[in-house]
Design a protein around this ligand. Structure first.
Ligand SMILES: [Zn+2]
Length: 267
């Protein structure tokens, strides 16, 4: 099981979510919204956990948290994954658009000069500009577009650029989402829950429920669940191998703190 985009620090009891992922061996990319939140989130995990904490600065917070790019650069050598990063073209974020672009391109530049990273990228209403920025920093790393919702032309451009896609339950719930899913090459697909904001049966979805996505994918592809699982495992292995990330240490080697609540810095 693999959940390539989940905000573990935002569940009511993040330590129990970590513990369950540990017991069930669910591979999770635990994305964060700010570098300050990263500091608290990485402390939830310990060496050997199947969880990688990603260093992020969410586009919806880029306007008010742009000063945290220095903290981002400070933590970057310790991580293999960055996310959630990207751009958001929603009308209510229009005023912060210049700050969003500045923050996103700062991060891409830092990733490029640090040897590249695996990147979980948000592109709602901004797939075209996200691709423009990625083209300006081709050595930033390997882009994984999460919950892609752009046009089919933007999708084709993203595929041509070499993007990967992490897909979750909401994409199966709309006609447009299913159209996008039909067009993404199967060897570029990975799964995500986007928990805790996505719900399943009226409750926040958990990383170990990512099997629901695998089942949807199997029925969409009209192949067996086993074959779908095998395709996803091969994809994850290829994605990981494609990153020549030379980081000082993987994020999950930081021991949990004894002196403070683990999610103290979370937002
Ligand atoms: Zn997002």
């Amino acid at each position: 099981m693999m959940d390539l985009h989940c905000r573990i620090d935002l569940y009511p009891d993040p330590l129990s979510v970590v513990d369950c992922c540990r017991r069930l061996q669910v591979f999770v990319v635990s994305v964060t919204t700010t570098p300050a939140a990263y500091r608290g989130t990485v402390r939830l995990t310990r060496a050997g956990d199947p969880i990688e904490t990603a260093l992020g600065l969410h586009p919806q917070l880029a306007g008010e948290r742009s000063r945290e790019v220095d903290l981002f650069d400070e933590h970057l050598p310790a991580v293999r994954w960055v996310g959630e990063i990207g751009l958001d073209g929603s009308p209510d974020l229009k005023a912060a658009w210049p700050a969003q672009v500045q923050v996103f391109e700062h991060i891409l530049r830092s990733c490029a000069s640090g040897g590249g990273r695996l990147m979980s990228i948000h592109s709602r209403g901004a797939a075209g500009p996200v691709l423009d920025s990625l083209r300006r920093f081709p050595n930033a790393g390997v882009p994984v577009l999460h919950w892609f919702s752009g046009t089919l032309a933007e999708l084709d451009a993203a595929i041509a650029f070499g993007c990967w896609f992490s897909v979750g339950l909401p994409m199966f719930r709309s006609k447009k989402g299913r159209e996008i899913l039909s067009r993404i090459p199967r060897d570029r697909v990975l799964t995500e829950t986007d928990g805790p904001f996505v719900e399943s049966n009226g409750q926040p979805i958990h990383p170990w429920e990512v099997d629901l996505v695998t089942k949807e994918l199997a029925s969409h592809w009209q192949v067996s669940w086993e074959e779908t699982g095998q395709t996803l495992r091969i994809n994850l292995a290829r994605l990981t191998a494609s990153s020549s990330v030379d980081c000082v240490a993987l994020s999950h080697i930081t021991p949990p703190p004894k002196d403070r609540p683990a999610s103290a810095d979370s937002k």
